[in-house]
Design a protein around this ligand. Structure first.
Ligand SMILES: [Mg+2]
Length: 117
C-alpha cells in the first residue's frame, strides 16, 4: 500500500493532507444496507473487505483519522470497527453532537468554520 501512496500525484497527496478526519456512519456506508435475520433474532450484515483496505490506506498512509458514529445498537458495528481498528461509538441518539465532539477533540473547529464562511 505504501507503493500505492508513493505513486500518487503530488496534487492528490496535497488534497489528502488537507483532510484531517473521516467520520463514517455504519449502515449503508460500511454495509450494503441489507440485514440478515436469523430465527434466533440475531442480525448479521454484509461488509466489503475492499472498504477495510481503503480505510487502512487513508489511516496509515494519508494520515487521516477515521471514526465510526452510528445510531445502530447491534454489536456488529463494534465488531467490524474493532477488526478495522477504527474507533467507534454506536447506539447514538445524537450523531451530530458526537460528530462535533470529534471535531472539537481534535481542535478542528476552526477549519470547519473557515470552510463555512
Ligand atoms: Mg446509514
Amino acid at each position: 500500500m505504501k507503493a500505492l501512496f508513493d505513486g500518487l500525484e503530488m496534487g492528490i497527496k496535497e488534497k489528502f493532507a488537507k483532510i484531517k478526519l473521516l467520520c463514517l456512519d455504519f449502515d449503508g456506508t460500511l454495509t450494503d444496507r441489507g440485514v440478515y435475520v436469523g430465527e434466533d433474532n440475531l442480525e448479521s450484515v454484509k461488509c466489503d473487505r475492499a472498504d477495510g483496505l481503503g480505510l487502512e490506506f487513508v489511516r496509515k498512509y494519508c494520515g487521516i483519522d477515521v471514526v465510526i458514529l452510528s445510531r445502530e445498537t447491534n454489536k456488529v458495528v463494534a465488531t467490524r470497527a474493532k477488526k478495522l481498528k477504527i474507533p467507534c461509538t454506536h447506539g447514538l441518539n445524537d450523531k451530530l453532537g458526537n460528530f462535533l465532539e470529534e471535531i472539537k477533540s481534535r481542535n478542528l473547529m476552526k477549519f470547519v468554520l473557515s470552510e463555512m464562511i
